[in-house]
Every structure is written in structure tokens, then in C-alpha cells.
Design a protein around this ligand. Structure first.
Ligand SMILES: Cc1cc2nc3c(=O)[nH]c(=O)nc-3n(C[C@H](O)[C@H](O)[C@H](O)COP(=O)(O)OP(=O)(O)OC[C@H]3O[C@@H](n4cnc5c(N)ncnc54)[C@H](O)[C@@H]3O)c2cc1C
Length: 409
């Protein structure tokens, strides 16, 4: 009997979740990562709703709980550092979720939980894809040619393979927001709260604790025509320091910290919309398929869920017994079901309130005052409770599909 084979391109949350579940569903899985080694970087991410359920099914919930960033809540502060409104962790899904973990820690936990049969290869990438009825052939940068039953593209928001295979099916919505993330030293004054500051001239600064004795900092500003992610990092850093001049609170500490930080990461937030998520023997998932950006929130939960849901529907495909069974894309109905299950969740996550994110980045001091008033109201107990119910990822929309496993977790 033929064992179905999959190549998963991209070894982050989406690709590793798909590898975990497809392998346990009996597929022979290869993961290809273009970086030379596993990518450990990344800041605080949260796991909510069905993402949490997938983690529990993976048997990883306790391990994630043991590695949380230990954040106790989110506090919005003014230029003197005084709290304007506070949102302590209550239940599972406040602004700070109960399960907050560094991206690299979560990815590593999944990597280490992969069945030993999964092959993870680094330092190579796809150059060409030949989608056929009965299989897909890839040509790699290393010169290798390989054939699989399915190619899963999980290369993140700037995926090149997606753009090649799905040319014409991809559109982008730029949110006109630059964000720089980086790790800076912790000081005696830092506590276990996420502190968030809004400055005039459309700027925000935030500081978050982690479980490694450092602070995860963020500088964000809106701009229609400046994309710092497209600049060489040194130039982006220099321009960032100019943009944040005189912003107040602890901004200068962050700007100085980013000068020497080893992991400053620039993002120009862009949502990805696709008219379809599969084409022949190739499908796409995670940020590559539906990037929601940190403004929509829940990108990592959706990546976890996507890996499970894709594998769950593919696990329903009858096993191929001879070559005839593998022709005419017998996987298409299951890829369609994966898309039908995920679409409503993604549509909700990509839907932003009118004016967002720009309305949270006021130009004037008076605008900052209005934001503070809104935060004060939102932080009142009853309002806070109602607001947390509107998080589309936290809210369970539908039951996860059943998965047929050949190897139990
Ligand atoms: C190093 C790193 C740091 C991050 N930091 C943050 C952060 O601080 N805050 C935040 O909100 N989000 C961050 N993200 C994004 C976050 O992980 C995703 O939004 C979310 O988890 C969905 O993950 P994903 O697997 O779909 O995509 P991603 O996490 O973006 O992963 C895509 C993976 O595919 C690999 N890849 C790309 N192109 C190719 C190719 N052609 N061939 C093979 N592999 C390829 C990338 O190296 C990466 O490992 C970070 C991602 C990475 C990789």
C-alpha cells in the first residue's frame, strides 16, 4: 500500500503543527526550512480558543503552561508611567491570555514533539513547483528534484512559493503600521505587567516581561508611505530612533536597547487574502494563507488550528491501494473541507473595526486623552467582561473535526 507523502515548506508554528498531525495520521512527512537552523526568535504570542484545544490534543498544554512569560496583566500608562487602565489576567482570555509564551519556545516544543519519522531539513528551499494531477514535483535550490502527494506551503506572510503557485489568487491589505520588536535588558523597576504607552504623533511603545530575565519591547507607528521592514536593518533602526525622538515615558530606553539588541524584527503589517487555499496538489496555510497580523490577533492560534484541521480532513481520505487511486487529485474534496472549515474563522479574525488600527494612534495630545478615557471605561469590570467575549479566536466557533490517527499522541 502506498503511504501518502507531504512536503511542508516552513518550520514555524503552522508548518510544524501540520507535520505533527499529518505524520500521526500516517503520512510520510518532510519539512523544509529555508533558514540554516531552527528559528528560535520571536516575541510573546498567545494561544486561545480552539488553538488551546489543539495544544491539549498534542499533549503540550502543561509544557506551554510551564514556559509561559509569567505576565500578570496589561496596563495602559501615561507619559509619567501612571496607570490609566489595567486588565489583569482573569480566566483564559483577557488582553493578556492565560497561555502567553515566546514564539520560539512554542515552535521548539512542537518540533521536539514531532514523531521521529518526520524529516526536518534546513538550509534549502523550493525554486520551482510542478503541480500535476497525480502528484507534485519540486525543484529545490540545492538542485534536488523530489515528488510528493501534497505540498503544504507554510512560509509565513512573505511566502515566495505561494506567490509563484497562486499568482493571481493573492491580495494584500496593508495596515500602514510599522512595528519593531526586540529584546532589551530588564531593570529593577520592571514588573510582570505588560505596559503600553500611547504617544502623540501616532506612536506606541510597549514593554512585556518574559521568562528569560529580559524584556520584550515594541515600538509602533502608523505611516502610509514608509515601510521599515523593506529597509536594511541598520537604516531602519536609525530612522526609528528619529521617529521616536521626544516620545516620552521609557521610549529612549527602548530605542537605546534596540541599538544592541540581537533580535530586532521589523514588520509592516499586511493582511493576506486568498481566493483559494489549494490548487492541484498544493495547499497553503498559516500566515502564508491568511495572515491576520497582531492587530487581528491570534495568528499563532490559527496556525496551530490550521495544521490540525488540514490533517484531520486529509486523514479522512481513503488509503490509496494502487496508482490508479492516486490520479485525478483524490485529495481535492478533503482540501476543500479544510478550507470550508477555516474560512469563517479567518474572515472574522481579519475583520477590523472601522478606523482600526489608525484610530488607536492619535496625532495630538487631545487624541491621546480621548484614548485614555476609552481605556478607563473599558477597564471597568463589567465592560471588560463583555469585551473579552468579542475576541473571535477565543470564542469557540465550531467543533474541531475528528482526526483518524494511526499513531496515538
Ligand atoms: C523568527 C520569527 C519571529 C517572529 N516574531 C514574531 C513576533 O515577535 N510577533 C508576532 O506577532 N509574530 C512573530 N512572528 C510571526 C508568527 O510566528 C506568525 O504570525 C504565526 O505564528 C503564524 O506562523 P506561520 O508558521 O504561519 O508563519 P511564520 O512564523 O512566519 O513562519 C514561516 C516559516 O517559513 C520559513 N520560510 C519562509 N520562506 C520559506 C521558503 N521559501 N522555504 C522554506 N521555508 C521558508 C520561515 O523561515 C519561517 O520559519 C515571527 C516569526 C518568525 C519566523
Amino acid at each position: 500500500m502506498h503511504t501518502r507523502t507531504a512536503l511542508i515548506s516552513g518550520a514555524s508554528i503552522a508548518g510544524l503543527s501540520a507535520a505533527f498531525w499529518l505524520s500521526r495520521a500516517g503520512w510520510a512527512v518532510t519539512v523544509l526550512e529555508r533558514a540554516d537552523a531552527f528559528r528560535d526568535g520571536g516575541q510573546n504570542i498567545d494561544v486561545r480558543g480552539s488553538g488551546r484545544e489543539v495544544l491539549a490534543k498534542m499533549g503540550l498544554e502543561d509544557q506551554v503552561r510551564a514556559q509561559t512569560t509569567t505576565e500578570e496583566g496589561t496596563a495602559f500608562v501615561d507619559d509619567k508611567g501612571r496607570t490609566v487602565g489595567a486588565f489583569p489576567v482573569r480566566g483564559t482570555d483577557g488582553l493578556t491570555a492565560e497561555l502567553e509564551i515566546l514564539r520560539g519556545d512554542l515552535a521548539r516544543l512542537i518540533l521536539e514533539a514531532l514523531p521521529p519519522e518526520v524529516s526536518v531539513r534546513y538550509g534549502d528551499r523550493i525554486e520551482h513547483v510542478h503541480n500535476r494531477e497525480e502528484n507534485v514535483e519540486v525543484e529545490l535550490l540545492s538542485g534536488k528534484k523530489e515528488t510528493y502527494d501534497l505540498l503544504v506551503i507554510a512560509e509565513g506572510v512573505r511566502s515566495k512559493t505561494r506567490d509563484n503557485v497562486f499568482a493571481g489568487d493573492v491580495s494584500r491589505r496593508e495596515l500602514e503600521l510599522n512595528i519593531a520588536y526586540g529584546t532589551i535588558p530588564r531593570t529593577a523597576e520592571d514588573d510582570r505587567w505588560w505596559r503600553w504607552y500611547t504617544a502623540p504623533d501616532r506612536r506606541q511603545v510597549s514593554l512585556r516581561p518574559d521568562n528569560q530575565g529580559t524584556i520584550r519591547a515594541m515600538l509602533a507607528f502608523t505611516s502610509k508611505d514608509r515601510n521599515f521592514a523593506a529597509l536594511p536593518p541598520d537604516q531602519a533602526r536609525a530612522e526609528l530612533s528619529r521617529v521616536f525622538e521626544g516620545a516620552g515615558w521609557q521610549t529612549q530606553r527602548v530605542v537605546d536597547g534596540f541599538e544592541t539588541s540581537h533580535d530586532v524584527y521589523f514588520d509592516y503589517l499586511t493582511q493576506i487574502m486568498m481566493t483559494r487555499w489549494s490548487k492541484g496538489r498544493t495547499c497553503v496555510m498559516g500566515d502564508a494563507a491568511w495572515c491576520v497580523t497582531p492587530i487581528g490577533g491570534g495568528g499563532s492560534s490559527l496556525a496551530l488550528i490550521g495544521g490540525y484541521v488540514l490533517a484531520a480532513f486529509l486523514s479522512q481520505a481513503p488509503p490509496p491501494t494502487d496508482s490508479a487511486d492516486r490520479s485525478a487529485n483524490d485529495l481535492q474534496p478533503y482540501l476543500d473541507q479544510y478550507e470550508q472549515w477555516m474560512r469563517p474563522l479567518i474572515d472574522k479574525a481579519q475583520h477590523l473595526p472601522p478606523g482600526a488600527p489608525k484610530m488607536f494612534y492619535p496625532k495630538t495630545r487631545a487624541g491621546v486623552g480621548t484614548i485614555h478615557t476609552l481605556i478607563r471605561i473599558a477597564s471597568l469590570g463589567p465592560v471588560r467582561k463583555v469585551a473579552s467575549r468579542f475576541n473571535p479566536i477565543a470564542k469557540k466557533q465550531q467543533d474541531l473535526p475528528e482526526i483518524r490517527l494511526v499513531q496515538q499522541v
